[in-house]
Each structure stands twice: as structure tokens, then as C-alpha cells.
Design a protein around this ligand. Structure first.
Ligand SMILES: C[S@@+](CC[C@H](N)C(=O)[O-])C[C@H]1O[C@@H](n2cnc3c(N)ncnc32)[C@H](O)[C@@H]1O
Length: 239
């Protein structure tokens, strides 16, 4: 039977279960890097939004819902390779993610925080770039509003906020199902990646749906393949 993708599905991912198997969760965090390299294309984010800003000053970067921290490590690595620097914070509301990510920092020098974005707002933190990847679809409407408001506050008047996620579509679902099927018994074995990836697509927004729930001032951009970005740029935050 074909999966209904006509509206966002109210489903819970295996990794969000507080009683999820610890080994499988660890393997899931570990595999995020390989999966994100293909589906999230962090190189584009780096070239278009991070490197031009980092060339002007040492950046403060915040990744909300950093999971296993692979995006933070990737950005730290690319910046170092280009002779640039940044202070990068990986924040996650799930202590298990932060524990795993900080144990696998691999010399990247990331700052890890088990916290909500509101905690950083209360501490008066500010960042040049506030990011997330695959987090928007996890959030209930009130949480989404809070994370967006907090992101803007944390980016101040000059910063950039760039939230990335999957765009729900039949093509995304079919391509992910087909692309991960041969990997289910090897690379992805013992992880939640395949099951949660398919649930994530069912739970994610279309660009039109996201534009309808985003507060004013936010821009929705579509990227290939099946990606969306919810973006807010401060008045003089452009590189
Ligand atoms: C699918 S994972 C994505 C992890 C990582 N960003 C990546 O792309 O691989 C979503 C993460 O968001 C975290 N999360 C969900 N709601 C959050 C919130 N309100 N604040 C911070 N983190 C949150 C979850 O704990 C989880 O680690």
C-alpha cells in the first residue's frame, strides 16, 4: 500500500524514544555524517554562507539540534582547511546526543551544550550564524515558534539564521527508500537511519506548508534534492 504523503504525518521517530536502544542510537549518530553528506549537502552551506562570513571575522556559530555533531565537525574541518576559524557550539535538547557528540569530537574543538535555545537566550548569548539540520520537522507548533524566535534573538540584528530540512515529496520518499534499501544490511545495519529517515520525510513540511506557519520576515527557499531552508538574515548580515 502506498504511503500517504498528502499531509504531515503525526509519527514519532525511533531515536526520539527515551528508552531507545543505546547501541542503535549511537550507531545512528555515527551514521548521520555519511547520510548528511549525501542528502544535506553541507558543502553548499559552507561555500555560500559560512566561508564568506568567516573570511571577514572569526565567527560564532550555533547548531540547534546538533545530534551527533557531524555538521559542526564538518564546518570546523572545512574552516581549518581554509585557514579560517570559528567558535562552534553544538546544542541539543537530548542529553544522549550531546554525550555521544562530545565523546566523538575528534579534535574539532566544538563546545557542547545540553540545553534548549531559550537557555542560551537567557544567558545573553549571540551568534553570527544560527543553524539547524533536520530539526524543524521534529518540533510541535509551539516549539517551532519558540525555536524560530530564539534563533532570531540569538542572531541579533546582524546575524544569519538558516534552518535546513527535508521537503516532503513522493520523490524524496521513493529515492530515500530505494537508496537505503541495499544499505540496510550493511552500512545502516543496527541503526535507526532507514526507519527514521522514512518517518522524517512523512513528518516534514512542503515549502508551501512551511511558509504558511513561518512568522513574517522568514524566507523559505527550496534546494535540490528535496530540501528546504527557512532563512532569516539580519539587516546587515549579508556577506
Ligand atoms: C534528526 S536529529 C538531527 C541531528 C543533526 N542535526 C543531523 O542533521 O544529523 C534531530 C535532533 O534535534 C534535537 N531536538 C529536537 N527538538 C529540539 C529542541 N527544541 N531543541 C534542541 N534540540 C532539539 C533532537 O534531540 C535530535 O538530536
Amino acid at each position: 500500500m502506498s504511503v500517504d504523503l498528502s499531509a504531515r504525518a503525526d509519527v514519532v521517530e525511533l531515536m526520539d524514544d527515551p528508552d531507545a536502544d543505546a547501541d542503535a542510537l549511537g550507531r545512528t549518530y555515527q551514521r548521520f555524517g555519511a547520510v548528511n553528506a549525501i542528502v544535506s549537502r553541507p558543502g553548499r552551506l559552507y561555500r555560500q554562507d559560512i566561508r564568506p562570513r568567516a573570511a571577514r571575522r572569526r565567527l560564532r556559530i550555533l547548531d540547534i539540534g546538533a545530534g551527533g555533531g557531524d555538521l559542526c565537525r564538518y564546518l570546523a574541518h572545512r574552516l581549518r582547511r581554509d585557514g579560517l576559524g570559528a567558535d562552534i557550539t553544538a546544542l541539543d535538547a537530548d542529553e544522549r546526543a550531546i554525550r555521544w557528540a562530545s565523546a566523538h569530537d575528534d579534535g574539532a574543538g566544538i563546545r557542547y551544550r545540553h540545553a534548549f535555545s531559550g537557555d542560551l537566550v537567557a544567558e545573553g548569548d549571540t551568534y553570527d550564524v544560527v543553524l539547524s539540520n533536520h530539526v524543524l520537522h521534529h518540533l510541535e507548533p509551539a516549539e517551532l515558534r519558540t525555536v524560530l524566535d530564539d534563533s532570531r534573538t540569538l542572531a541579533g540584528s546582524r546575524g544569519l539564521v538558516s534552518h535546513h530540512d527535508i521537503a516532503r515529496s513522493r520523490l524524496a520518499y521513493t529515492a530515500f527508500a530505494a537508496g537505503t534499501w541495499p544499505l540496510a544490511r550493511n552500512l545502516l545495519a543496527g541503526s535507526f537511519i532507514r526507519v527514521d529517515g522514512l518517518l522524517s520525510i512523512r513528518r516534514s513540511y512542503t515549502p508551501r506548508e512551511l511558509a504558511a506557519v513561518a512568522p513574517s520576515g522568514w524566507e523559505v527557499r527550496s534546494h535540490l534534492p528535496a530540501r528546504l531552508e527557512l532563512r532569516w538574515e539580519g539587516a546587515d548580515g549579508r556577506p
